[in-house]
Design a protein around this ligand. Sequence first.
Ligand SMILES: [Zn+2]
Length: 119
Amino acid sequence: MDIRKGDKVQVISGDDRGSQGEVQRVVRAKWGKGRRAGQRKVAGDRVVVAGINLVKKHQRRTGNVNTQFGIIEREAPIHISNVMLVCPKCGKATRVGHQIHADGSRSRACKKCGEAFDA
Ligand SMILES: [Zn+2]
Protein backbone atom coordinates (compact mmCIF):
# COMPACT_ATOMS: atom_id res chain seq x y z
CA MET A 1 0.00 0.00 0.00
CA ASP A 2 2.11 2.84 -1.26
CA ILE A 3 -0.54 5.42 -2.01
CA ARG A 4 -1.68 7.81 0.65
CA LYS A 5 -4.18 10.58 1.06
CA GLY A 6 -2.98 13.76 -0.65
CA ASP A 7 -0.86 11.96 -3.25
CA LYS A 8 -1.26 12.82 -6.91
CA VAL A 9 -2.09 9.78 -8.99
CA GLN A 10 -2.67 8.96 -12.63
CA VAL A 11 -5.40 6.57 -13.73
CA ILE A 12 -4.03 3.78 -15.92
CA SER A 13 -7.19 1.96 -16.93
CA GLY A 14 -10.88 2.51 -17.51
CA ASP A 15 -12.73 5.54 -18.85
CA ASP A 16 -10.56 7.97 -16.93
CA ARG A 17 -7.28 6.53 -18.23
CA GLY A 18 -4.60 9.20 -18.37
CA SER A 19 -6.27 11.67 -16.05
CA GLN A 20 -4.66 12.76 -12.84
CA GLY A 21 -6.05 13.84 -9.52
CA GLU A 22 -5.39 14.05 -5.82
CA VAL A 23 -6.22 11.14 -3.54
CA GLN A 24 -9.02 12.22 -1.21
CA ARG A 25 -9.51 8.99 0.66
CA VAL A 26 -7.93 5.56 0.92
CA VAL A 27 -10.23 2.62 1.53
CA ARG A 28 -8.37 -0.37 2.87
CA ALA A 29 -9.40 -3.98 2.51
CA LYS A 30 -7.86 -5.17 5.74
CA TRP A 31 -9.80 -6.60 8.62
CA GLY A 32 -11.21 -4.02 10.96
CA LYS A 33 -11.02 -3.52 14.69
CA GLY A 34 -13.70 -3.41 17.35
CA ARG A 35 -17.32 -4.21 16.76
CA ARG A 36 -16.93 -4.90 13.07
CA ALA A 37 -13.80 -7.00 13.46
CA GLY A 38 -13.76 -9.97 11.16
CA GLN A 39 -16.02 -8.37 8.61
CA ARG A 40 -14.42 -7.60 5.31
CA LYS A 41 -15.34 -4.05 4.44
CA VAL A 42 -14.62 -3.84 0.73
CA ALA A 43 -13.35 -6.05 -2.05
CA GLY A 44 -9.86 -4.56 -2.11
CA ASP A 45 -7.74 -1.53 -1.45
CA ARG A 46 -9.33 1.39 -3.19
CA VAL A 47 -8.81 5.10 -3.46
CA VAL A 48 -11.14 8.01 -4.05
CA VAL A 49 -9.53 10.45 -6.46
CA ALA A 50 -10.79 14.01 -6.95
CA GLY A 51 -12.69 14.32 -10.22
CA ILE A 52 -12.10 10.68 -11.24
CA ASN A 53 -14.65 7.91 -11.70
CA LEU A 54 -17.67 10.15 -11.25
CA VAL A 55 -20.95 8.39 -10.83
CA LYS A 56 -24.41 9.90 -10.79
CA LYS A 57 -26.03 9.39 -7.48
CA HIS A 58 -29.68 9.91 -6.73
CA GLN A 59 -29.66 11.75 -3.44
CA ARG A 60 -32.91 11.86 -1.56
CA ARG A 61 -34.10 15.16 -0.18
CA THR A 62 -33.35 15.33 3.51
CA GLY A 63 -34.41 17.71 6.22
CA ASN A 64 -30.97 19.29 6.15
CA VAL A 65 -31.00 22.39 3.93
CA ASN A 66 -27.25 22.08 3.42
CA THR A 67 -27.53 18.67 1.79
CA GLN A 68 -27.69 18.60 -1.99
CA PHE A 69 -30.44 16.46 -3.44
CA GLY A 70 -31.52 15.24 -6.84
CA ILE A 71 -28.96 13.73 -9.19
CA ILE A 72 -25.49 14.62 -8.00
CA GLU A 73 -22.10 13.50 -9.26
CA ARG A 74 -19.75 11.89 -6.81
CA GLU A 75 -16.41 10.18 -6.99
CA ALA A 76 -16.58 6.42 -6.61
CA PRO A 77 -13.56 4.54 -5.24
CA ILE A 78 -11.32 2.89 -7.81
CA HIS A 79 -9.02 -0.04 -7.24
CA ILE A 80 -5.48 0.76 -6.24
CA SER A 81 -4.11 -1.28 -9.14
CA ASN A 82 -5.78 1.09 -11.60
CA VAL A 83 -3.77 4.10 -10.49
CA MET A 84 -0.09 4.97 -10.44
CA LEU A 85 1.57 7.51 -8.22
CA VAL A 86 2.73 10.67 -9.96
CA CYS A 87 6.17 11.74 -8.79
CA PRO A 88 6.11 15.31 -7.44
CA LYS A 89 9.72 15.78 -8.59
CA CYS A 90 9.78 14.49 -12.17
CA GLY A 91 6.01 14.55 -12.83
CA LYS A 92 5.92 11.03 -14.26
CA ALA A 93 3.58 8.24 -13.28
CA THR A 94 5.82 5.80 -11.51
CA ARG A 95 6.07 2.71 -9.41
CA VAL A 96 7.04 3.26 -5.81
CA GLY A 97 10.33 2.10 -4.39
CA HIS A 98 11.59 2.30 -0.85
CA GLN A 99 14.63 3.88 0.65
CA ILE A 100 15.91 2.76 3.98
CA HIS A 101 17.93 5.39 5.78
CA ALA A 102 20.87 4.91 8.08
CA ASP A 103 18.64 5.43 11.13
CA GLY A 104 16.32 2.63 10.01
CA SER A 105 13.46 4.86 8.86
CA ARG A 106 11.89 4.21 5.50
CA SER A 107 10.58 6.53 2.88
CA ARG A 108 8.91 6.06 -0.47
CA ALA A 109 10.93 6.87 -3.53
CA CYS A 110 10.31 7.38 -7.25
CA LYS A 111 11.52 4.45 -9.40
CA LYS A 112 12.18 6.82 -12.28
CA CYS A 113 14.24 9.62 -10.75
CA GLY A 114 15.08 8.11 -7.36
CA GLU A 115 13.77 11.07 -5.36
CA ALA A 116 12.29 10.28 -1.95
CA PHE A 117 8.70 11.46 -1.44
CA ASP A 118 8.59 11.56 2.33
CA ALA A 119 11.10 13.61 4.24
ZN1 LIG B 1 10.46 11.02 -10.07
